[in-house]
Design a protein around this ligand. Structure first.
Ligand code: XBP
Ligand code: MG
Length: 252
């Protein structure tokens, strides 16, 4: 069995449930501030999540949902989207600073266990780098970004998830082979990306992704679990474990 040298984490939906009550209301606040009557409801946002990347998601909405848009905005659509996205990220940062979004169960425990055991850590995410640092700072403490040897985020690769590029980037930067690592994801697009890079993947589903096609995942659970707060196993063999720890990951 190849020992697990590194754990590579997605961020949104995996480290924390950031989409429904984080990014979504932040997008809506930015829209309102810009005088737009757009409202990304919980249900609509579920559809829009098919498109990864906030800027890409706004463009997809404009192209496919025919929202009200001024001629001025249409004349410089790239600039318009960029400004909306910057405003969204600043609302998102405010929300995190208020302690609005906790880590999912088991995340902190597993990160700490990996650090203590010398298992390397990395992040592979579609979201903007500033959003990652803000989440880590507010949930794990000011120095926690340094726990991760590589934080690969946002536009660092040309093709976002479901393309495997972001995971290829991390593997190259860490000089590791996919079979030496385990990825953690929450969504179909994320899983496609990690599987495309040849990584065994543990999926922790959330409200938006529970019914997605997650074929190919090594293990699908509702959360990483904690002692006294067992996970539910949706697919794969957790070998009777109540929570995901390094011992279980080694045996997967
Ligand atoms: C996350 C995303 C991101 C966030 C918003 O996907 O799709 O677009 O919703 O982030 P994953 P930005 O969890 O698979 O990385 O607005 O910063 O792009
Ligand atoms: Mg995700």
């Amino acid at each position: 069995m190849t020992p697990t040298a590194a754990l590579i984490f997605d961020v949104d939906g995996t480290l924390a449930d950031t989409e429904r009550d984080g990014h979504r209301p932040a997008f809506n606040a930015a829209f309102a501030e810009a005088g737009l009557n757009w409202d990304w409801t919980v249900e609509l946002y579920g559809e829009l999540l098919a498109i990864t990347g906030g800027k890409e998601r706004i463009r997809h909405y404009i192209d496919n949902y025919a929202p009200t848009l001024s001629d001025g905005a249409r004349a410089d659509l790239d600039g318009f989207i960029l400004n909306l996205h910057l405003a969204k990220n600043s609302h998102y940062a405010e929300l995190l600073a208020k302690g609005g979004i906790p880590l999912r169960p088991g995340v902190k425990r597993l990160l700490q266990e990996a650090r203590a055991a010398g298992v390397r850590l990395a992040i592979a995410t579609t979201t903007s780098p500033g959003n990652v640092i803000a989440l880590l700072d507010h949930s794990l403490g000011a120095d926690s970004a340094s726990w991760f040897e590589v934080i690969a985020a946002g536009d660092i690769v040309p093709a976002k998830k479901p393309a495997p590029d972001i995971y290829h980037y991390v593997l190259r930067a860490m000089n590791l082979k996919p079979e030496q690592c385990i990825a953690f994801e929450d969504s179909e697009n994320g899983l496609k990306s990690s599987l495309g890079a040849g990584l065994r993947t543990v999926v922790t589903v959330n409200g938006y992704t529970r019914d997605s096609d997650l074929a190919g995942a090594t293990l699908i659970v509702d959360q990483l679990g904690e002692p006294g707060q067992p996970m539910s196993v949706l697919a794969g063999n957790a070998q009777g474990a109540a929570y995901v720890d390094l011992g279980l990951l080694k045996r997967l």
